[in-house]
Ligand binder design. Structure first.
Ligand SMILES: Nc1nc2c(ncn2[C@@H]2O[C@H](COP(=O)(O)OP(=O)(O)OP(=O)(O)O)[C@@H](O)[C@H]2O)c(=O)[nH]1
Ligand SMILES: [Mg+2]
Length: 239
């Protein structure tokens, strides 16, 4: 999981849409509307990862936003990579970034692999952008983007690929309530479902999943000792 974080209005959701637009998988479509803030994105290495959009940070968050904000913090805490987005055209962006960094520190994720994305470069003059690029070079974990024009998005995907730790696949049997669209969509979006059936209001799934996601789904895993023997045998026979 990669989490997009940043101050409100930085362009996280626009970036999220631009990055995931072409990768809405057929298998996850039925769940797509249930959790619009987590979607799969394909990296240049062809591996597929989950990208999570979060509620923007804001000084003096209004009370009705606090609940939504807290819910997304969990995604940030579990993220293998944090992508911090800021609006480079906003003259206050440095102080906003400092606020965001404070929140990340409060969450204990200040040392998590992190990329810094300076978005809305299309609002800068060509000279200002050139100066910034020159000052930052291609060093550090800084990427300049425009979610509107698509500038820098390929670079961003490549950097995500490079920074994201290796996440090997594990083979699992899961039992998830049908009503739990959120977890079902996670399995479909980032894993390969080999077999599924519905029984007693639960979806029984056999899937290959990235280890990081498997950890999130711990509560739903059916231990090998509890598996009925027949389906396993027929599966092996097929292979
Ligand atoms: N010019 C320009 N506008 C952008 C860019 N990215 C986003 N915007 C605009 O900035 C505004 C805010 O974008 P959002 O994607 O909603 O910002 P956000 O970070 O998700 O905001 P919150 O959800 O409040 O945290 C919208 O009007 C977008 O169209 C960009 O690269 N260039
Ligand atoms: Mg948003």
């Amino acid at each position: 999981m990669i989490a997009l974080v940043g101050y409100t209005n930085a362009g996280k959701s626009t970036l999220f849409n631009a990055l995931t637009h072409s990768d809405v998988l057929t298998s996850s479509k039925m769940f797509a509307t249930l959790d619009p803030t987590v979607r799969a994105v394909r990296l240049p290495s062809r591996r597929r990862v989950l990208l999570s959009d979060t509620v923007g940070f804001l000084r003096d968050l209004p009370p009705d936003l606090i609940a939504a904000f807290r819910a997304t913090l969990e995604e940030v805490q579990e993220a293998a990579l944090i992508v911090q987005v800021s609006d480079i055209s906003n003259p206050n962006h440095a102080s906003q970034d400092a606020d965001v960094m404070k929140v990340l520190t409060d969450l204990g994720v200040q040392d998590r692999p992190r990329l810094q994305v300076f978005n809305k470069t299309d609002l800068l003059s060509a000279e200002d952008l050139a100066t910034l690029l020159k000052a930052n070079g291609r060093s550090a974990n800084k990427i300049f983007t425009s979610a509107v024009t698509g500038y820098g998005l390929e670079d961003l995907l490549a950097r995500m690929d490079a920074e994201l730790p290796i996440d090997p696949l594990v083979h699992l049997h899961l039992r998830i309530p049908i009503s739990d669209g959120r977890h079902l969509s996670l399995v479909h979006a980032s894993g390969t479902v080999l077999d599924s059936k519905v029984l007693d209001n639960h979806m029984y799934l056999e899937a290959d999943l990235p280890e990081s996601l498997a950890r999130r789904l711990e509560d739903f895993v059916i231990p090998a000792s509890a598996l009925p023997t027949t389906p396993t045998q027929s599966k092996e026979a097929k292979i």
